[in-house]
Write a new protein. Structure first.
Length: 405
């Protein structure tokens, strides 16, 4: 354990209480707060159902958490699959005071939670507008290569707002919040990402800031546009001139080198999934691919995932991969393509036939003869509603076409 985190844990476990007792989480609803930048807080709600089980709420999403451990007057809370965890002192009034920690990235975010609270955002004014609908959005406008496009998709009932932002690389999953007067506030926390969006809104425009934890923020602006469409996800990543196939050789968790030349893939339709165990969009995609593969592998289709991990060692990278596989029951191979960084430029170096790796996840469709037929950048997850249904239908139709050839 590195010194920074050792100090944090020591302060929590051995705080100067006159009496340290073994404590557990009190059953009930909690309102949690992560301290981001600009004196803003990112709220989320969770429900403790027993000392070793809780549920995190984000709009329609329910994240079941059963990795909860205790030491003296403190608790560790680790969401499924992802590396990040909450560690906090349990106070006498059952409130929590600690940190959200991602050790591999050397990040800590102050964390607090109070019991018997179900209100995510505290509202001071009635909403002045209804933001339901489609919003053409630009993040970091004018900042060269850092600028990127998005599509805001929102539903408002009274003052409550749910929805997401779709980008060319994926979506921001289940966002939940409010309209407080003319200010939109949305947040989500899933154990991997802690997102907060705050924007001033009129009937037709929005101007705001997107916070990711306490390490990053970016401005965004948007305008209503019911007809807005993002660039085609199958045209963003492609093979360089002179290539028509994909080549790689990477290890699995048994340290066996695996390539597309192996018998397992010969003469079959293959979907290559570029992903990371740390990536929520990749988790959503992996859940769908796992379900699809179990139903269709006998038809001559294979899936193989290439993991690009920011874990600092090969052992910890495979530990994260194994945790993902066991958590959602993945039975197609996940190979370790890179560890120590999830940098996309470095990822492209491992797959030099691609023009670029733009997104985790990216899916590469290979026909029975070994030729690349399509590359799909990003993933429209369940938070996107009909786009998720559309993605599944298009995926299955295209794979069926390749199988029938």
């Amino acid at each position: 354990m590195r010194p920074l985190f050792a100090c944090i844990i020591t302060l929590l476990f051995f705080s100067c209480n006159e009496e340290i007792k073994n404590k557990t989480l009190e059953a009930g609803m909690y309102r949690a707060r992560l301290e981001v930048q600009d004196n803003e807080v990112l709220p989320f709600i969770f429900e403790v159902t027993s000392p070793d089980h809780l549920k995190i709420y984000n709009a329609e999403e329910r994240i079941e958490v059963d990795e909860i451990t205790y030491k003296n007057d403190s608790v560790y809370i680790k969401a499924p699959v992802f590396e990040g965890y909450l560690v906090a002192k349990i106070n006498n009034d059952h409130s929590l005071h600690g940190y959200y920690i991602k050790e591999a990235l050397d990040r800590t975010v102050p964390f607090k939670a109070e019991t018997n609270q179900t209100t995510r955002f505290k509202v001071t004014s009635q909403p002045t507008t209804d933001i339901s609908g489609i919003w053409e959005t630009v993040f970091d406008r004018g900042n060269g290569a850092e600028e990127y496009l998005a599509k805001g998709i929102f539903k408002q009932e009274g003052g409550k707002v749910t929805g997401t932002f779709r980008t060319t690389t994926g979506d921001y999953r289940y966002l939940e919040g409010v309209m407080d007067g003319d200010v939109m506030k949305l947040s989500t926390f899933d154990g991997a990402h802690a997102f907060l969006f705050i924007a001033k809104v009129t009937d037709s425009t929005m101007q705001g800031t997107f916070y990711s934890g306490n390490h990053w923020k970016v401005p965004f602006d948007a305008k209503r546009n019911a007809a807005y469409k993002l660039p085609n996800a199958t045209e963003l990543t492609f093979l360089k001139e002179g290539y028509d196939s994909l080549e790689f050789t990477f290890p699995n968790s048994s340290n066996e080198m695996v390539s597309l030349d192996d018998d397992r893939f010969n003469g079959k339709v293959v979907v290559v999934q570029i992903m990371g165990s740390w990536c929520p969009n990749c988790l959503d995609e992996s859940k769908y691919y796992t379900e699809y593969y179990k139903k269709n592998k006998s038809r001559g289709v294979e899936i193989v995932a290439l993991a690009f991990e920011y874990a600092k060692t090969k052992e910890s990278a495979f530990s994260s991969i194994d945790r993902l596989q066991s958590n959602i029951g993945i039975d197609y191979p996940i190979l370790l393509a890179q560890y120590g960084s999830s940098d996309k430029a470095k990822a492209q170096e491992k797959l030099p036939m691609l023009n670029r790796v733009l997104s985790y996840p990216t899916s590469i469709f290979i026909d029975k003869s070994g030729k690349v037929r399509k590359i799909h950048t990003g993933f429209n997850g369940p938070a996107t509603g009909e786009k998720y249904v559309e993605f599944k239908a298009e995926f299955e139709a295209f794979v069926n076409t390749l199988l029938d050839e």
